[in-house]
Ligand binder design. Structure first.
Ligand code: FES
Length: 188
């Protein structure tokens, strides 16, 4: 049986899609006077020579800058003799790494199996909805919160569990989560 030829629109990306893909690969470049460039170069100089340097470098960049800016991915790749796609692949593989600064408070809600079995997914949806975020989480418009998934915090016996600003909270429900987030918002 003969298959019909594929339609051109099935093969070609729109200009917007192409721009998105290019942005995701971090192909934009920083300005020469970008103050973050010397910081990244110092990290590369310090950590780039050790075995398996990519993860230590990415952690150090995020610790220093609050995120791994897409426009600095090329600098990191060049400094480690890797392709931008390789660095981008690692950044997107690990949920820990972010491309934009986090909110003032970071809620990391566990979405792994044990927490799922104890209502973790309902809790995730509740957290996103109450923070007026899309279903995949992210940073709130006022910058107060980042809501991010994690996959097991080692608190499976007390699930569902989360970290709020690095502090563990277990046996959560919507009410307790609202109270935690409310107190964090007031404290900021
Ligand atoms: S599955 Fe959520 S803490 Fe382990």
């Amino acid at each position: 049986m003969q298959h019909p030829p594929p339609q051109p629109q099935a093969l070609l990306a729109t200009p917007d899609e192409l721009r998105d893909r290019i942005r995701q690969l971090g192909t934009s470049v920083p300005r020469r006077d970008d103050p973050r460039l010397p910081q990244v170069r110092a990290i590369l100089a310090e950590l780039g020579g050790q075995p398996g340097p990519l993860l230590p470098v990415l952690h150090a960049v995020q610790d220093t800058l609050g995120c791994i800016p897409p426009e600095l991915v090329g600098e990191i790749a060049q400094g480690l003799n890797l392709s931008r796609a390789e660095v981008h692949g690692v950044i997107t593989y690990y949920h820990h790494f972010r491309s934009e600064p986090a909110g003032r408070h970071v809620l990391e809600l566990c979405r792994a199996e044990a927490c799922q079995a104890m209502g973790g997914e309902d809790l995730w949806r509740h957290a996103c909805a109450s923070a007026r975020l899309p279903a995949q989480g992210g940073r709130t418009a006022d910058g107060a919160f980042s809501v991010e998934p994690v996959y097991c915090l080692g608190l499976c016996a007390q699930s569902p569990a989360a970290l709020l600003d690095g502090r563990p909270h277990a046996r959560l429900d919507a009410q307790r989560l609202d109270a935690l987030m409310g107190r964090a918002r007031e404290a900021a």
